[in-house]
Design a protein around this ligand. Structure first.
Ligand SMILES: C[S@@+](CC[C@H](N)C(=O)[O-])C[C@H]1O[C@@H](n2cnc3c(N)ncnc32)[C@H](O)[C@@H]1O
Length: 258
């Protein structure tokens, strides 16, 4: 089986599936996870105003939350055209076009000047990327003293080569770091790590439960996008939860200072 690309994972059907699970905040834990990361980032010195960079901003829901909470301008970088245009449209509709600035680009090559960003943010997206390259770019564009707050899918110690193959094929994760792996990568690039916390239990407690209309929803989904697509989404969900339930993977939160 070939690897799924990020664009294939977040095609129209993939976005519909994600929206049903978590709404416009396209990450585990939905909006509550955004609120919690902002609270922790604030406690670690993320200040009001300035320019915040959202790394892989998708539909822009966390960016709009940050713009409102911190009264900041938020530069949203995402490489996906559909995500980008929806982020533009919703931000306009919500009267935030002056604060939220979506840019279509890859995060491994940020179209931003050295030291031009006051804080950075990312929720559950570095899993799709070349993490070293993105962290290096962040070290370049953040001004000294800037806070970088992020959450991500992580590997636990017992993860197997077969698990990593499955998440590469089904979720378009080229690699997964452990919590100590992220701490080491951040430290190598000169970041001071202020927080590195495994959040697996908390995130699991907020996962959507089975719903009464699940069967109907899947039947309609398969009718719209085809059985193969429905099966691929189901398989991805089950594969990741098998890894998490087995204690071999999970979720973590990090805050670091440049
Ligand atoms: C899970 S979604 C991110 C969710 C978003 N942070 C949120 O919390 O709503 C993953 C996003 O990462 C974007 N992405 C993945 N790899 C990327 C890369 N190398 N450069 C830019 N965007 C990327 C995808 O297009 C997708 O929109």
């Amino acid at each position: 089986m070939g690897d799924r690309t990020v664009a294939e994972f977040y095609d129209d059907a993939g976005i519909e599936w994600s929206l049903r699970s978590v709404g416009m905040h396209l990450h585990p834990g939905a909006e509550d996870a955004t609120v919690e990361l902002a609270r922790r980032a604030e406690a670690c010195g993320m200040a009001a105003g300035g320019r915040i960079l959202d790394v892989a901003s998708a539909l822009g829901a966390p960016a709009r939350y940050l713009a409102r909470r911190f009264g900041a301008r938020v530069v949203c970088i995402d490489m996906d055209r559909r995500m980008h245009s929806r982020a533009v449209a919703v931000s306009r509709r919500e009267g935030l076009a002056n604060l939220v600035q979506p840019i279509l680009a890859r995060t491994e090559h940020l179209p931003l000047a050295d030291g031009s960003i006051d804080a950075a943010w990312s929720q559950d997206a570095l899993c799709h990327m070349d993490k070293e390259a993105v962290l290096r770019e962040l070290a370049r564009v953040l001004r000294p003293g800037a806070v970088f707050a992020f959450t991500d899918f992580v590997a636990h110690r017992g993860i197997t080569a077969a698990d990593l193959d499955r998440v590469r094929q089904l979720w378009a994760f080229p690699s997964l770091l452990t919590v100590p792996g992220y701490v080491a990568a951040l430290a190598r690039l000169g970041f001071e790590v202020l927080l590195a916390e495994d959040r697996t239990a908390t995130v699991l407690a907020t996962q959507p439960r089975q719903r009464i209309d699940d069967d109907l929803w899947w039947a309609e989904f398969a009718g719209r996008w085809g059985e193969a697509k429905a099966e691929a989404q189901r398989e991805a969900g089950l594969a990741w939860f098998d890894i998490v339930r087995g204690g071999r993977g999970g979720y973590a939160m990090f805050i670091a200072r440049r």
